[in-house]
Design a protein around this ligand. Structure first.
Ligand code: PHE
Length: 452
């Protein structure tokens, strides 16, 4: 590996911005409300928050520390610590998850860009039927979606090829704060709509009997991993571009806090607005939930289309800083491990990803075999979301936490944490969480899902 291919962050804030850029994306604004809608409202939110604090936050810190220590992506970091044995699976899983998640993620990103286009050109249909029909039209047009997905992938490839500082850092710096302000404005509008109370109750008052539903727990844990970009070494890779003397702990906590706040804000936008529309059923929205609700919210605002355009522009950019990190993981692997040039790695991975994006696109355009898979049922797109988010990422997270806690070991991981000076969490607390709490919680979940 040549240092020229790798690079480092320009500044401490550069890392926070880029890593937050990776975490904040469609997972927060599209995925979180969609999953809350499908998985029982406030019960899902409660389980999600518990998973973030006790299971995910320690792994996130562990991933960043591991990357900073090894100065390599997940596969390289694992091999640096233990050159032989089965732990190479972590790296393999990371490369596969990065590539396949990118393949369906870029499809949703393609819809987002089309909504931006529509807001600017012909307007967004605002009535309940119109908005749902509009999403149907947008998602069903196979050729157009292949084009937009390809465009999004090409833009991501271009940015990743430019390398770490000029591309990724610069893109994150401007849009994150603007996105946050816009979300706050929309949330305020949404909760003050007539009929918003019902939506707030759905979102905030958990039905405790559902908190123990294993399907809900599985979906919430998977969503937490997805939203925080965890379990596939994205944060090991980003951490590897930190210099050893740059801080890891407070950035890690900041990323968890910002990502969770933005997901919660998205819920405050979608549910009150959704319930203020007569006959709204959050469970029936599926992947189109936010695309059907938001245009109706914009219609209640003076100058709503400007809000709509700004919103979809920022959401596209938020998705962009996430796709960059998804692509960066397999690309970094190719130059760390196989000595490929950055350009070759970007080209090969992007083409492979695009090939797998096509069946996800066509899941929505009436290709019967993709819209209803033989044997398993459901769409090809749903299958991808399920396999990679709900299974691969938590399993990857469990392996990473076991590796960090037991193989790299609490002494060395703790020493790496201590480079940041004293603070919360202490090496002892971190060691306890990453050795016992995170892996045991995930293992239990996996066992219960398999037997259940
Ligand atoms: N966290 C991103 C989002 O919420 C998605 C992502 C997952 C990015 C895994 C990188 C790695 O949109």
């Amino acid at each position: 590996m040549s240092q020229g291919q790798r690079g480092t962050w320009g500044s401490g804030p550069g890392f926070i911005l880029a890593a937050t850029g990776s975490a904040v994306g469609l997972g927060n604004v599209w995925g979180f409300p969609t999953q809350v809608g499908q998985g029982g409202g406030a019960a899902f939110v409660l389980v999600y928050l518990i998973a973030v604090v006790f299971v995910c936050a320690p792994i996130l810190l562990g991933e960043v520390l591991l990357g900073r220590y090894a100065q390599l992506g997940p596969a390289g970091a694992v091999r640096k610590i233990i050159p032989t044995g089965p732990w190479w699976v972590i790296g393999a899983l990371a490369v596969a998850a990065g590539t396949f998640i990118l393949s369906f993620y870029s499809v949703i990103a393609g819809w987002t860009v089309q909504y931006l286009w529509l807001a600017v050109t012909s307007g967004l249909e605002a009535g309940p039927e119109g908005a749902t029909a509009l999403f149907g039209d947008v998602s069903a047009n196979g050729l157009r979606n292949i084009a937009f997905t390809g465009f999004f992938l090409a833009a991501t490839a271009w940015c990743v090829r430019r390398g770490i500082q000029r591309g990724i850092e610069a893109a994150s710096r401007i849009m994150m704060p603007v996105l946050f302000v816009l979300l706050v404005i929309l949330a305020i509008r949404s909760v003050t709509l007539p009929g918003a109370g019902e939506g707030l109750a759905y979102y905030l008052r958990p039905d405790l009997s559902q908190v123990l539903d294993i399907g809900i727990i599985g979906a919430a844990v998977g969503q937490a991993f997805f939203s925080l970009s965890l379990g596939m070494g994205a944060l090991v890779t980003y951490g590897s571009y930190l210099k050893r003397r740059q801080a890891a702990r407070s950035p890690a906590l900041a990323i968890v806090g910002i990502d969770t706040t933005i997901a919660l804000l998205a819920g405050f936008i979608i549910f009150p607005a959704g319930f203020s529309i007569a006959g709204f059923d959050p469970t029936s929205g599926g992947p189109g939930l936010i695309f059907a609700v938001l245009p109706q919210l914009f219609a209640t605002l003076p100058g709503g289309l400007i809000f709509g355009a700004a919103f979809f522009l920022l959401l596209s950019l938020a998705a962009f800083t996430s796709t960059i990190s998804l692509l960066e993981v397999p690309v970094a692997h190719a130059f760390d491990r196989w000595n490929w040039s950055r350009s070759k790695a970007v080209l090969v991975v992007t083409l492979f990803t695009f090939a797998f994006a096509i069946p996800s696109v066509l899941s929505f355009s009436g290709v019967p075999i993709l819209a209803n898979l033989p044997v398993i049922g459901g769409t090809f797109f749903d299958l991808m979301v399920n396999v990679w988010n709900e299974w691969a990422l938590p399993i990857g997270g469990m392996l990473l936490s076991l590796f960090i806690g037991w193989i790299w070991g609490k002494k060395k991981a703790g020493a790496e944490l201590s480079l940041d000076g004293a603070g919360f969490p202490s090496p002892a607390l971190f060691g306890f969480l990453i050795r016992f709490v995170s892996p045991a919680a995930i293992a239990l979940l996996i066992i219960l899902r398999i037997v259940g």
